[in-house]
Design a protein around this ligand. Structure first.
Ligand code: DGY
Length: 322
């Protein structure tokens, strides 16, 4: 009998076709989110899940498992929606999709740096709303933003994505500084300057960009105290997870022009982000599209599918979390 696999959201066609060859697959062609209680009920009917960050696979999910479910292959590098400790306790393997999205998320980081510093949200809305013609373009005031070229980018979390963002930022002559749990080898640092504490790095940042996973350690890593250390012209960028930012602190800093701007792709409580962000001209917001390219989503889907193949063929997993 073929192992039964549940694919919780629509994957790329190529990945779904590959999976169907060797497994008894339940797909989600209409991409309807599966309610949490349904997902818990389904868990005992499948040998494997292909999940996404939208699925809540917390402690509750694992409580009444009967041993059938053996692997959860997450489509995403982040897996903060999964209780890793519970998976470990139940001897369930978890895999993710690292590396294949480095470029796409780095592209989004640069997009946010440019959009936030050059006031692209305001400029775009002006044209789309038909009110450009009513403006009196003024050489010193009309949509004037801040340059990016030659500025200092502080990276919080110099992992694979942080390093790719640094590499792209260098094309703009940006100077890279970083805060990380550990100092990297000079090879990986590639000229970036290390700060062992975030407090000393913040005053040096023209831009600060978060690239850490969501953990207890990184929760509200940008908070009132750390944001207050940024220069008044600084721009905050986030493509990691919303939990790394204390919304009250960032919104207060943006409202009172304690910093220049923010560019955010991720939020606490997505998609119900704090409504105050949408009222701020100096905040450029995106709907969590960091890895949203055809190429990247295909590579992520294929990696999750390949992890399922490896598991059931007793081969080493490509990207094992536990
Ligand atoms: C990830 O891979 O964790 C991304 O946030 C998904 O887009």
């Amino acid at each position: 009998m073929k192992p039964k696999i549940l694919v919780t959201r629509k994957l790329s066609d190529t990945a779904e076709e590959k999976l169907k060859k060797d497994f008894d697959v339940t797909l989600n062609p209409k991409d309807e989110p599966i309610p949490n209680n349904e997902l818990i009920k389904m868990a005992n009917e499948y040998d494997g899940f292909i999940s996404t960050g939208f699925d809540k696979i917390g402690e509750e999910f694992f409580k009444d498992l009967n041993g059938k479910l053996k692997i959860i292959a997450q489509v995403g590098v982040g897996y903060d929606n999964i209780s890793i400790k519970s998976a470990e306790d139940k001897n369930i393997k978890v895999t993710n999709t690292p590396n294949v999205l480095n470029e796409a998320v780095a592209e989004t980081t640069i997009l946010l740096i440019l959009a936030a510093s050059r006031r692209i949200g305001e400029a775009y809305n002006l044209v789309r709303s038909g009110t450009w013609k009513d403006q009196k373009p003024d050489l010193t005031k009309f949509m004037i933003g801040n340059s990016v070229t030659g500025k200092t980018l502080g990276i919080i979390g110099m992992g694979r994505i942080g390093r790719m963002a640094a590499k792209c930022a260098k094309a703009f002559g940006m100077k890279i500084i970083y805060y990380n749990r550990n100092k990297l080898s000079s090879d990986l640092e590639d000229g970036a300057k290390y700060f062992s504490d975030i407090e000393s790095m913040m005053p040096e940042c023209d831009f600060v960009s978060i690239h850490t996973p969501a953990t207890a350690e990184t929760k509200h890593i940008l908070n009132k105290a750390t944001i207050n250390l940024l220069p008044k012209h600084a721009v905050v960028i986030n493509t990691s997870r919303g939990s790394t930012i204390d919304d009250d602190a960032l919104i207060e800093a943006l409202q009172n022009n304690k910093i220049y701007a923010a560019g955010l792709d991720v939020f606490n409580n997505e998609p119900n982000l704090d409504a105050r962000y949408m009222k701020l001209d100096n905040c450029f917001v995106l709907p969590h599209v960091g890895s949203a390219t055809h190429e990247t989503r295909l590579a992520m889907s294929m990696m999750a599918v390949d992890n399922i193949f490896c598991f059931f063929e007793n081969k080493p997993l490509i990207s094992e979390v536990v």
